[in-house]
Design a protein around this ligand. Structure first.
Ligand code: SAM
Ligand code: SF4
Ligand code: SF4
Length: 367
């Protein structure tokens, strides 16, 4: 295989051979890696880190258990040998990780031999974005996604559950746009009874702004958010509410395996997306792996088990060994949790396999 992948010049420009086509048990490629850089967060969103569970006594990972930036770089580089071209930094709240700009710069310096760089994105609650957007852009970040669940300050504060004001997040979003981190995407998790009345105001606020608003169905990630199917607002309902006022038409996906289904306003004022993981699972196109804060590789958001890459990294495994381990994990992958859930009992909505199981939390693995 002629293709090689290089570290940036600052890292000694070490070249690693690519390993060729890799597919899992369902023929899905590995193209996308989400990296959780911290399991901590300054928000306590009701659907993600409910404060009754993530209170003062909650045991977050001690620092020594976090992957270092160099370790993350090695995993990303190994992933690139296997086909990874998109990396998204997430968490917890990724901007809480000290020196995050350095990690961005390290990853932005990685290149394939034909000069390709990673598509490097970050998902944030926006609370620290006003202060950090410029530095992130300078370090080589391409895009950000900002989570905004409501434009009503009271609802926003209630959903983040730490009384964080909406305006500071909107300022962060503007700073990201000003720094060229765009087009900025905005994620809104819709939870019935909490913020479903905000669907239309959100659509109207971001229509024509150049930001792409994406509505996410409230998911049963982890075991602590008390998920109930009744609280899921199906994307079909979200679309109907918007289209009743602002007619919409579907548009083609930009890339295969895209999680969001895209729609545009017929009057040309922009597009929105819906992420329908509950009502319309997209497992068959899922080309995504996830690296947890402490270095476990997960092949599904709903997995109960990850492969401990940190142990490999810290026991002297070389790049070939690391790559081979990741390739082995991916080639054995069969995951299709959301599809199984969709075909399971309607009363709970959860799949039979997982009702009693232990699953990882969103804040640990990233969204
Ligand atoms: N803290 C950052 C943020 O909130 O953007 C990054 C991590 S957060 C876990 C990533 C994304 O997952 C966010 O857009 C968040 O709204 C979404 N998310 C968290 N819990 C969710 C759930 N139960 N269902 C659907 N989306 C969820
Ligand atoms: Fe924090 Fe993001 Fe989870 Fe909200 S969704 S608690 S901001 S990690
Ligand atoms: Fe991918 Fe798992 Fe989500 Fe299906 S349930 S789309 S396999 S992460």
């Amino acid at each position: 295989m002629a293709e090689t992948i290089r570290r940036g010049a600052g890292q000694g420009a070490r070249a690693l051979p690519a390993t060729g086509e890799l597919a899992d048990q369902r023929g899905r490629r590995l193209t996308d890696l989400r990296v959780s850089v911290t399991d901590r967060c300054n928000f306590r969103c009701v659907y993600c880190m409910p404060r009754e569970i993530f209170g003062r006594d909650y045991a977050f990972l001690p620092r020594a258990e976090l992957l270092t930036f160099e370790e993350i770089e090695r995993v990303v580089l190994a992933g690139m040998r296997l086909g990874v071209r998109k990396v998204r930094l997430t968490g917890g709240e990724p901007l809480l990780r000290k020196g995050i700009e350095e990690l961005v710069a390290m990853l932005a310096a990685l290149r394939t031999p034909d000069g390709q760089r990673l598509d490097l994105a970050l998902t944030t609650n926006g609370s620290a974005l006003a202060a950090k957007a410029e530095a992130l852009a300078e370090a080589g970040l391409n895009r950000v996604t900002v989570s905004v669940d409501s434009l009503d300050d009271e609802t926003f504060r209630r959903m983040n559950d730490v009384d964080f004001p909406l305006q500071r997040v909107l300022d962060g979003l503007e700073a990201a746009r000003g720094a060229g981190l765009g087009p900025v995407k905005v994620n809104m998790v819709v939870k019935r009874g909490q913020n479903d009345d905000d669907v239309l105001p959100m659509a109207e606020h971001f229509r024509g702004s150049g930001c792409v608003l994406r509505f996410i169905e409230y998911m049963d990630v982890g075991t602590t958010n008390g998920w109930r199917l009744e609280e899921v607002v199906p994307s079909s309902e979200v679309l109907a509410r918007i289209a009743a006022v602002h007619p919409l038409e579907p548009i083609a996906p930009t890339a295969p395996g895209e999680t969001a289904t895209r729609w545009r306003y017929r009057d040309g004022t922009g597009e929105i997306g819906v992420i329908s993981s509950v009502t319309q699972p997209f497992c068959s196109g899922c080309t995504r792996a996830r690296l947890s804060t402490d270095g476990r590789l997960y092949t599904c958001l709903f997995a109960d088990h990850g492969t401990d890459l940190r142990a490999l990294l810290r026991s002297g495994s070389d790049d070939d060994g690391l790559t081979a381990a990741m390739a082995g994990v991916w080639s054995r992958r069969e995951d299709r949790y959301s599809e199984l859930r969709a075909s399971s009992t309607p009363s709970s909505g959860r799949s039979a396999a997982d009702r009693d199981g232990h699953r990882i939390e969103m804040s640990y693995i990233g969204g």
